[in-house]
Design a protein around this ligand. Structure first.
Ligand code: FE
Length: 175
């Protein structure tokens, strides 16, 4: 584009902001390549990296990482989930597709599924936007346990304290 047709970048907004508005969350490196302590272990070979833990609307946005294959227990959602695959591949036992880098997924409320990462996948990383809860259930759909944003916050507090970041480090992600 030559200079005659280039539209100049506008001036930044410097006026007042809304009353009661929250601070943005900006995470330069969501993969936390410089500090693996930001990955909160879920179980051997599985981690969750918090990005936004939203206590006023009951959702959490995070990266799920699985190394060496494995699964996430069968569960149901009472509210929608959005997923976007960044690395590796995985599938649900209940569907016939395989998600890979660039795949987007909407999980409708009420669906029950079991996420599997096959052993030939060294590492999978997927961004999930979970609302409400994961409701773990048995093969008949009967509830066996739950996890929500408040459970995630508690788990982060324990982990961040144990790795020396301090329990309050989780506040960086809470809105
Ligand atoms: Fe799910």
């Amino acid at each position: 584009m030559d200079d005659a047709t280039r539209i100049p970048i506008p001036a930044p907004y410097t006026g007042p902001n809304v009353t009661g508005g929250l601070a943005e969350i900006f995470i330069q490196d969501g993969f936390a390549n410089d500090d693996p302590r930001l990955w909160v272990p879920l179980s051997p070979g599985r981690w969750s990296r918090p990005l936004c833990l939203n206590v006023s609307q009951g959702y959490w946005v995070h990266l799920t990482k699985v190394q060496g294959g494995g699964f996430l227990s069968r569960h149901k959602h009472p509210a929608p989930v959005h997923g976007f695959v960044i690395k590796g591949s995985w599938r649900y036992l209940e569907h016939d597709w395989v998600a890979g880098p660039g795949s987007y997924l909407f999980e409708p409320p009420g669906e029950i599924h079991t996420l599997v990462v096959d052993e030939d996948c060294d590492e999978m990383i997927t961004l999930f936007h979970n609302t409400g809860a994961l409701i773990y259930c048995d093969e008949n759909g009967k509830t066996t346990g739950t996890t929500d944003v408040f459970d995630r916050i508690d788990a982060c507090r324990v982990h961040f304290k144990n790795v020396g970041l301090g329990a309050d480090y989780v506040e960086n992600f809470i809105r």
